[in-house]
Design a protein around this ligand. Structure first.
Ligand code: PLZ
Length: 444
């Protein structure tokens, strides 16, 4: 049962007067470096709706950046987190542990790919999970180099800034960055010079050649890759790329890390995106969708690798907070009960059908791609040159916002409009959101 009526409703302009008032207070007191996609302040949210302080109900195609997969007020999340909140808020797992943390690790062992013995460690954010995956891989391999791909996003902390590809807005002026990070080509089918059909084999050959010739495989602790790239533009690596890198890692004693912070937990129509090509990563990083909106992240992987770090080598005051763990157990229960991987596949079918039809009418859509409820359109000025149309993406997003639809952009070139609805969104809202996109596309 979702408390908020599941319907779009506009009672003021967006943003309305109350949002504008809050925006003025915010500008006076919140650091300018922290920005928001829309200047609209939320009052409550649930299912596929975000209600703002002026009473407008917006259709949610963003899920708080792929977080509220089960909705922003899922019954099991609220119930379990509230009960835990009343029991105790914190003891610190490193001081006096509690069952919920262990139970989340048991769930992660059961749900992540592979039937080998697995262990997990819990943290607060995606970036923290990725940093810890690097620490663990370095401890295990006694090597230092870390390999990442073009267009990658792994976070905003110092080490993860180095792992992230894009300068603006993530890195500009924030260096120096952590050393021993190396970037190799990414199999980006839409922009591969010799065409998408050659992309997988050529990109993996180039990546492996660079690792071998420029770093030396024997120096590499980890290869980290998002099985479906998020911030970089919802890029699905061309088939064969991930299996080739995973096999190369295995042959050379390199820890293969799948960063599933954005793509994990049912988002792409499977529990984890790497299942698509049957990849079994050595380590997998998760966050976002894992806990229905509470801050929780994890590194999960082969027990012998996870156990490599010395006692007390991993941790943090809040990592695996009990309320966040209880929320995660509620989120996972909801994903199982509602079969959310199947819901994601249905969202893909509806979205791709509609967006493909739009791409036949509007040349500005150069590519429709993604899996499950992680779908995007890449906008271009010209289909032959593929010159990125970031201005159109920005204008389209803004027009959608004003019409009461939350959408986000992404991509190295800023020209990708991405759709990440909560998996519990109703089909009527899904269709209405797509109608708005089509209407605004026609107006532009
Ligand atoms: N790895 C694959 O997508 C977070 C970033 C939004 P944190 N992506 C959204 C922004 O502009 O800060 C992300 C991700 C992947 C790691 C992260 C980092 O996760 O929880 O934001 O630290």
């Amino acid at each position: 049962m979702i408390a908020i009526p599941q319907e779009r409703r506009l009672v003021t302009a967006v943003p309305g007067p109350k949002s504008q008032e809050l925006q003025a207070r915010r500008t006076a007191t919140v650091a300018a470096g922290v920005s928001s996609t829309m200047p609209v302040f939320a009052e409550r949210a649930g299912g596929g709706i975000v209600e703002d302080v002026d009473g407008n109900r917006l259709i949610d195609f963003g899920s708080g950046i792929a977080v509220t997969t089960v909705g922003s007020s899922a019954e099991a999340v609220v119930r379990r987190a509230s009960a835990q909140l009343a029991d105790f808020t914190h003891t610190c797992f490193m001081v006096t542990p509690y069952e919920e943390y262990v139970e989340v690790c048991e769930q992660l062992a059961a749900l992540t790919p592979g039937d080998h013995a697995k262990k997990s460690a819990l943290f607060n954010s995606g970036a923290e999970a990725v940093e810890n995956a690097v620490k663990i891989a370095r401890s295990y391999t006694k090597r230092q180099a870390v390999v990442v791909v073009d267009h990658a996003y792994h976070g905003r902390t110092n080490l993860t800034m180095a792992l992230t590809a894009k300068n603006m807005p993530y890195k500009n002026g924030f260096g120096p960055f952590a050393p021993e990070v190396y970037r190799v080509p990414m199999a980006y089918p839409y922009r591969w010079p010799t065409g998408p059909e050659n992309c997988g084999p050529e990109a993996s050959a180039q990546a492996i050649e660079q690792i071998t010739k420029q770093i030396g495989a024997q120096n590499v602790a980890a290869i980290i890759v998002e099985p479906l790239l998020g911030e970089g533009g919802f890029i699905e690596p061309a088939k064969g790329f991930l299996p080739a890198l995973a096999a190369f890692a295995k042959d050379n004693g390199i820890v293969f890390v799948a960063d599933e912070v954005q793509s994990g937990f049912c988002r792409t129509g499977a529990w984890f995106a790497c299942e698509d090509e049957g990849i079994v990563p050595d380590l997998i990083t998760t966050a976002k969708g894992i806990a229905g909106g509470l801050p929780l992240a994890a590194v999960t992987g082969r027990a012998e690798i996870m156990d490599a770090a010395h006692a007390s080598g991993l941790g943090g005051t809040y990592g695996g907070n009990p309320v966040a763990c209880a929320a995660a157990l509620g989120a996972i229960e909801t994903m199982r009960e509602l079969d959310l991987p199947a819901k994601a596949r249905r969202i893909e079918e509806v979205m791709k059908g509609r967006l493909t039809a739009m791409s036949e009418k509007y040349d500005v859509i150069g590519d429709v791609r993604g899996r499950g409820a992680m779908i995007a359109v890449e906008l271009v000025k010209d289909r032959t040159t593929k010159e990125p149309a970031a201005d159109v993406a920005g204008a389209l997003a803004k027009a959608c916002h004003q019409a009461g639809l939350v959408v986000l952009t992404c991509g190295t070139f800023g020209n990708v409009l991405r759709f990440l609805p909560p998996l519990v969104i109703g089909e009527d809202l899904l269709a209405e959101g797509l109608d708005i996109i089509e209407e605004k596309l026609a107006e532009l």
